[in-house]
Design a binder for this molecule. Structure first.
Ligand code: HEM
Length: 704
């Protein structure tokens, strides 16, 4: 066959006889579809206007089909098919956004040629568009009005208005996953647009803070964000297209036109998800090194004899407070000094760390390597102590002159700074001084007469720079001095308070010393916090209102909680938020209550002694992880040691006798073991109950 004939012939096997077979046109109903374009004017451009609307309606029809099916799958906890459908909706939206490009070829002049034939017809009356809005969560009963004339459409819209939206179906899923959704969120009437809710926020917080554990919910959330994002893009481009074509004229549907489309009530609230969805704010700010951002900044201080030097300043959250000067070790104003300054700012002080080596070399900030250590020793050798005290005096003046400083000011020094803190107390008008392992104080005891403020000194028993006889000499010197307190920490070395020096850092000793320091500062310059009220608020949010965000809001940025016997809790906002939202607050038996026995309030701690009572009617992750409910009553003495930083909770150590809990729920047989059940709670409340019942040898020591 000639090449030309091949080109002009039908492909082999192509069907041509449709007298008794279904054709493409039959299947798709093209006869109806393609006769639906009936321009009402003679104008060429009206065809574009009609087809773009009709094509949009077809895509909306498919989008609704997919959305309804996706919701059904979410309802039956079957997310993979839902993801596929939502991905398709997203591609449809991309298609619709693209279509504005075709419409942009219609000029205002073109549109004006046929506008009048539209009468009052407008996309405003698109019932499919309204269905999409209701389905995605933007509920508004008033929008049913234009559809009153069509009973079937009206009924469909009413049904969508009253049904849970895609977002609300998602919230129900979060509830089924045990993410602590408030029961009020699972409604009978869904016809109102979803309002922000703390339990939903904290559920998202859990999902976004541990995406691995909640991967499918995270994926779903991102799909919803994507959907809303594209939806807003479509709306925005519609609005700008309309503005281009009709300016500020009213719409054919009778509204104010562009200003209706631009109005926040129609624009912003198109979907409920984006407004309440998790966002970047849920992630704590980190530096690239993964460390919490420094809170302070550098300022310049004028020296009394001319020149100026730098100082790192960190402010408390409240913005103002008493002043505090931190006096450096021999390593300069390094990362550690700044972190300690941030810590004391968190405690409520306007904290400043002057660069005391500035006269030798400004800006020294050394680490602890051998080379850096040698350089630090060299700098210390060149340092003029008397000049340094004058620079501290200039710092004190500058600090008190700051608007944010409420007047009183103290100082805390470490190592070299420990000696300087002592000398500052002796020579300058400081309100309180704290010295950590100050080196060389023994040679300056002659100056002690100048000390008129409270002074606290912390020494390490193993410190080679301040050996035991030296500490004894200093202690003897100040014996009977009511305002000088000296503490020695057993089995710890020089620099035990420096958390950046692994070899010498000692956490228990540093926590003790920190508490004592805070007590000294509070006594002289405040701030005075009502720790009991703060703790009571925290308990209310945990046990009464059961609200994770409110609970976390009572805590510092990096809190930690440890339920000692089971090691449950969390370190840091992220882990603790996850723990509270999933394993603590929703895991509390309904009848949980406690009987307070005693409360001790210290400078930075509250210690609560109580009887904790509950019926084991649900799994209690934090106290009895992995133990199915036994229905047994439990009454257990419990101690909460609660540590505060500034006006916020920093950590909780919770202690109880786990053996007694296990005995009370029938999981541990006390026979032959030195443990007891509920008797231990009874005895705490009634001292007349017998002692020593577990101790058989008690009888042996009985008086004969
Ligand atoms: C020349 C092009 C267009 C113009 C001048 C225009 C104008 C308007 C105006 C002024 C409104 C506000 C209601 C009113 O008073 O009429 C509106 C609403 C609407 N239009 Fe368009 N439109 C155009 C194209 C389209 C297209 C192609 C679609 C696709 C279906 C569309 C869908 C809608 C929808 C869904 C609404 C309701 C929005 C809401 O209530 O938030 N429009 N349009």
């Amino acid at each position: 066959m000639a090449e030309n004939d091949k080109k002009n012939s039908l492909p082999e096997g192509a069907a041509t006889d449709f007298k008794d077979a279904m054709s493409y046109g039959d299947y798709l109903g093209l006869e109806q579809l393609l006769t639906c374009q009936e321009p009402r004017s003679e104008q060429h451009d009206e065809m574009l206007f009609i087809i773009i609307h009709q094509a949009t309606e077809l895509w909306l029809k498919l989008a609704l089909h997919e959305l309804n099916a996706a919701m059904m799958h979410i309802r039956s906890n079957d997310l993979p098919p839902a993801f596929k459908m939502l991905a398709r909706v997203s591609r449809i939206q991309a298609q619709l956004i693209q279509s504005w490009g075709v419409l942009s070829t219609l000029t205002p002049a073109d549109y004006m040629t046929f506008r009048e034939v539209l009468g009052s017809a407008s996309g405003f009356q698109s019932h499919q568009y309204r269905l999409i809005e209701f389905t995605l969560g933007n509920k508004n009963e008033a929008m049913l009005a234009p559809h009153r004339h069509d009973r079937a459409v009206h009924a469909r819209l009413t049904a969508a208005l009253e049904a849970p939206s895609l977002y609300e179906e998602t919230i129900c899923l979060l509830a089924r996953r045990g993410l602590g959704i408030d029961t009020a969120q699972i409604k009978l009437d869904w016809s109102e647009t979803h309002q922000p809710d703390d339990s939903v926020r904290s559920a998202w917080l859990s999902v976004y803070r541990d995406t691995e554990a909640h991967w499918d919910l995270y994926e779903l959330a991102e799909k919803l964000v994507d959907l809303e994002d594209r939806f807003q893009q479509w709306r925005f481009q519609h609005m700008t297209t309309v503005a281009r074509i009709i300016g500020d004229k009213r719409g054919t549907g009778g509204t104010s036109g562009v200003s209706y489309l631009r109005h926040p009530s129609t624009y912003d609230s198109s979907l409920s998800f984006g407004k309440y969805a998790p966002n970047y704010n849920y992630y704590p700010e980190k530096t690239s090194a993964g460390r919490q951002e420094m809170n302070g900044k550098m300022i310049e201080i004028a020296a009394d004899d001319g020149g100026s030097f730098g100082a790192y300043v960190a402010l408390p959250e409240s913005g103002s407070g008493a002043g505090l000067i931190l006096l450096q070790e021999i390593f300069g104003v390094n990362q550690n000094m700044r972190e300690v300054a941030d810590l004391f700012a968190e405690e409520g002080y306007v904290t400043i760390v002057p660069d005391l080596f500035w006269r030798i070399e400004p800006g020294v900030a050394l680490g602890y390597s051998e080379d850096e250590f040698n350089k630090a020793i060299d700098l210390m050798g060149k340092f003029d102590v008397d000049q340094g005290i004058e620079d501290i005096g200039a710092t004190l003046k500058a600090l008190r002159a700051m608007e944010v400083c409420t007047g009183k000011a103290g100082c805390i020094g470490f190592c070299l700074g420990g000696k300087l803190a002592y000398l500052t107390a002796a020579r300058k008008d400081i309100d309180v001084a704290v010295s950590f392992y100050g080196v060389g104080i023994e040679g300056l005891l002659g100056e002690s007469g100048g000390i008129t403020c409270p002074l606290q000194m912390h020494f390490a028993a193993l410190d080679q720079y301040v050996p035991e006889p030296t500490v004894a000499q200093i202690s003897d010197h100040f014996a009977g001095h009511a305002d000088v307190d000296i503490y020695v920490y057993a089995n710890v070395d020089h620099a035990f308070y420096n958390h950046s020096r692994e070899a010498s850092y000692n956490r228990p000793a540093s926590m003790m010393a920190h508490s004592r320091t805070i007590a000294a500062l509070h006594k002289v310059m405040g701030p005075h916090f009502n720790l009991e009220a703060l703790w009571d608020d925290h308990l209310k949010f945990e046990f009464e209102t059961r609200n994770t965000p409110d609970t976390l809001a009572t805590m510092v940025g990096e809190p930690y909680v440890n339920h000692i016997p089971t090691m449950t809790g969390g370190t840091g906002f992220e882990e603790l938020g996850r723990f509270y939202a999933n394993h603590f607050i929703p895991q509390m038996p309904k009848d949980t209550h406690f009987v307070p026995i005693s409360r001790t309030v210290g400078a930075d701690r509250v210690v609560d002694e109580m009887i904790f009572c509950f019926t084991h009617d649900q799994e209690v992750d934090w106290m009895l992880p992995g133990v199915a409910p036994t229905g047994k009553q439990v009454e257990i003495p419990l101690i909460a040691v609660v540590n505060f930083r500034g006006g916020k909770l920093y950590n909780e150590h919770i202690y109880w006798d786990q053996a007694s809990v296990l005995v009370q729920i029938g999981k541990l047989d006390p026979e032959g073991l030195p443990v007891a059940g509920v008797e231990i709670a009874k005895k705490v409340m009634d001292k007349t109950l017998p002692s020593n019942t577990l101790m058989a040898r008690w009888a042996v020591s009985a008086p004969k």
